[in-house]
Design a binder for this molecule. Structure first.
Ligand SMILES: [Zn+2]
Length: 134
């Protein structure tokens, strides 16, 4: 068993410490983000915690105009949309997150494959994962 337990809660607890923590299967080497307690490939729980460095490439993105409540509370709206994307980390896994410091009103200026680096976003008592251009 991993300590702390591999879960979404642990993932967010580590974000508060400005750490991106995934789990790595000791048998096949596959890295899971968000962390998983089991390797579905090897069907075992022989995993260890692994800190990821938060560097990667933009794999996909979309513009969100109709925001969920926590993003409306952060000031986003139809008039101030935000960019949400998938970043493929150099260490293997892909993760979805807000893409910061890009012009959501000019999506044609945002290029797939752009180098990204992590930016931790504090909203209320939560720390969320974000990425910006590297
Ligand atoms: Zn495995």
């Amino acid at each position: 068993m991993l300590t702390p337990e591999a879960s979404v809660k642990s993932f967010y607890d580590f974000l508060k410490q400005k750490k991106i923590m995934g789990t790595k299967c000791k048998d096949c080497g596959k890295v899971y983000l968000p962390p998983r307690p089991l390797c579905p490939k090897c069907m075992n729980s022989n995993l260890e915690w692994l800190e990821l460095d938060g560097k990667g490439k933009l794999a996909a993105f979309t513009i969100v105009a109709v925001a969920p409540t926590h993003m409306i509370n952060a000031g986003y709206s139809r008039d101030n949309p935000y960019v949400f994307g998938v970043v493929k980390l150099d260490s293997g896994p892909s993760i979805s997150a807000q893409i910061l410091k890009v012009d959501s009103k000019k999506p044609e200026g945002i290029a797939i494959g752009s180098r990204m680096t992590v930016e931790f976003v504090t909203r209320g008592d939560k720390v969320l994962l974000g990425f910006k251009l590297a």
